[in-house]
Design a protein. Structure first.
Length: 170
């Protein structure tokens, strides 16, 4: 059992324990890997693409208000980008952006290792977010972007307002 403050520290210790027990062998990082170490690679692979805690909290709040939606779908089928919560009939797409991955002004801390790669990655993510917003708006969609640290109730209030509905508590 590992119980550190960060997920990365837990993964690192877990891998060390597995190595000590002979459950895994040290391997070279694959040539295509961007990771700077085995531990970093394990942490990167462990990052969820959907169903993160902030997304689940927002969805629970929306559901409690009687709202029904689709999860992790492409608002525009031809565009290879998924929104976290989608109201297709209302043409509303909600994105819950992670502070690290999307460069939150308040919480983003640049990576110390492989900083050039990560700086470019975050800048590319920001550009793609802007492009996604523009493409959706041009097609008649409303886009709500929130940060992972935002209060789910406040974000749900924005969704209800954008939908133009009164709340339907169930």
């Amino acid at each position: 059992m590992v119980e550190h403050r960060t997920r990365s520290a837990n993964l690192s210790e877990g891998w060390e324990k597995a190595r000590a027990l002979g459950l895994v062998r040290d391997e070279m990082l694959p040539a295509e890997s961007w990771a700077s170490s085995r531990e970093v690679r394990a942490s990167m692979r462990g990052n969820r693409g959907r169903d993160t805690s902030p997304e689940l909290q927002l969805r629970a709040e929306l559901h409690a208000r009687g709202l029904r939606y689709r999860v992790s779908v492409r608002p525009l089928r031809e565009l290879r980008r998924t929104a976290d919560v989608v109201f297709p009939k209302d043409r509303l797409a909600v994105f819950v952006d992670g502070c690290f991955w999307h460069g939150c002004q308040e919480h983003h801390r640049p990576a110390n290792t492989n900083s050039e790669f990560w700086s470019k990655k975050i800048a590319d993510n920001k550009r793609r977010d802007i492009e996604t917003n523009q493409l959706l708006v041009e097609r008649g969609w409303t886009v709500i972007r929130c940060w992972e640290h935002e209060d789910p109730k406040a974000v749900a209030d924005r969704v209800v307002t954008a939908l133009g509905r009164s709340e339907q508590r169930g």
